[in-house]
Ligand binder design. Structure first.
Ligand SMILES: NC(=O)c1ccc[n+]([C@@H]2O[C@H](COP(=O)([O-])OP(=O)(O)OC[C@H]3O[C@@H](n4cnc5c(N)ncnc54)[C@H](OP(=O)(O)O)[C@@H]3O)[C@@H](O)[C@H]2O)c1
Length: 257
């Protein structure tokens, strides 16, 4: 792909017909071209007209390539490539995020290896149907699709976005939350999958109550780290099981592994 971004009218770009209508009605929004953030981000910025700029004018978008981790076959991390691919466009209910941080989970490992085998029924039998990896993400909203108006360009967010190991990723607005100022993008990107897994296990399935005793096996891992803190916040007595060298990380401890 060329280094320079392709500049085309919106009408001959590859937006589907329905998307054109959204853009015309101003539902698809992003930084205007002369916005300081658009200028600062340079040619990789997705620049879409603001509603006010749309009426009666030829619409232009700049779509530059972005770098992303791509894989075309299942295997070890050796199958991963860093490639230039087009910046995705947010569908209905989605926002486009400029990725500041992404984190790695066992979840990504399953997608990389295509294991256990039955998941290939859903993600591609011989090769991955969606050749991108990554789920956990934190970043800044760059553009907002139709019916995702709870976010606006410039919002710092965290959550899950398919293909987050890239400079940009699209996420369902329902999978995102505003990032509290007190936490960094890196901290925000570590939270979603492991934190929600721990929360679902303890609160929704386990229905942990005050004064109950909870054993967290693997307490120094991604899920375990959150599980210890969440169980304690529910008032439970927590026994954390981890490798001896991680005992100080898990808090007061007798050796359990
Ligand atoms: N985060 C997710 O994507 C996610 C979502 C849903 C379910 N899960 C599942 O939840 C589990 C934990 O995920 P995670 O993200 O927390 O993984 P992780 O960060 O790799 O943590 C796993 C932890 O388990 C400990 N461990 C390994 N073998 C053990 C053993 N035989 N006895 C006791 N502890 C042992 C490890 O301790 P050492 O470091 O000392 O070896 C490590 O702290 C996995 O089974 C994963 O598949 C994960």
């Amino acid at each position: 792909m060329d280094d320079k971004p392709a500049i085309r009218t919106l009408l001959d770009f590859r937006f589907p017909l329905a998307r054109r209508e959204h853009a015309k009605s101003g539902v698809l929004s992003g930084y205007p071209k002369n916005h300081p953030v658009a200028k600062q981000n340079g040619p990789r910025t997705l620049t879409l007209p603001t509603p006010g700029m749309i009426a009666g004018k030829i619409l232009e978008v700049e779509i530059g390539p972005m770098q992303a981790i791509v894989y075309q076959r299942y295997g070890s991390p050796d199958v991963l490539e860093l490639e230039d691919i087009p910046i995705p466009t947010p569908a209905e209910g989605q926002v486009l995020i400029r990725v500041h941080a992404a984190s790695v989970n066992p979840y990504d490992w399953h997608f990389l290896r295509g294991t256990p085998s039955f998941i290939r029924l859903f993600i591609g039998m011989r090769r991955p149907k969606f050749p991108r990896l990554g789920a956990d993400v934190a970043g800044v909203v760059e553009a907002v699709g139709a019916k995702a108006a709870r976010f606006k360009p410039g919002d710092a967010v965290f959550g899950t976005a398919k293909g987050s190991f890239a400079e940009y990723a699209c996420a369902a607005a329902s999978q995102l939350a505003l990032k509290p100022q007190e936490i960094s993008f890196e901290q925000g990107a570590c939270l979603p999958i492991a934190g929600v897994t721990a929360l679902q296990g303890l609160r929704d399935k386990g229905k942990v109550q005050t004064e109950q005793t909870v054993l967290i096996n693997g307490a120094a891992g991604g899920v375990g780290t959150f599980a210890v803190q969440i169980a304690k916040s529910f008032g439970a007595r927590v026994t954390a099981c981890a490798a001896p060298e991680m005992s100080s990380f898990c808090g007061r401890s007798e050796q359990t592994k």
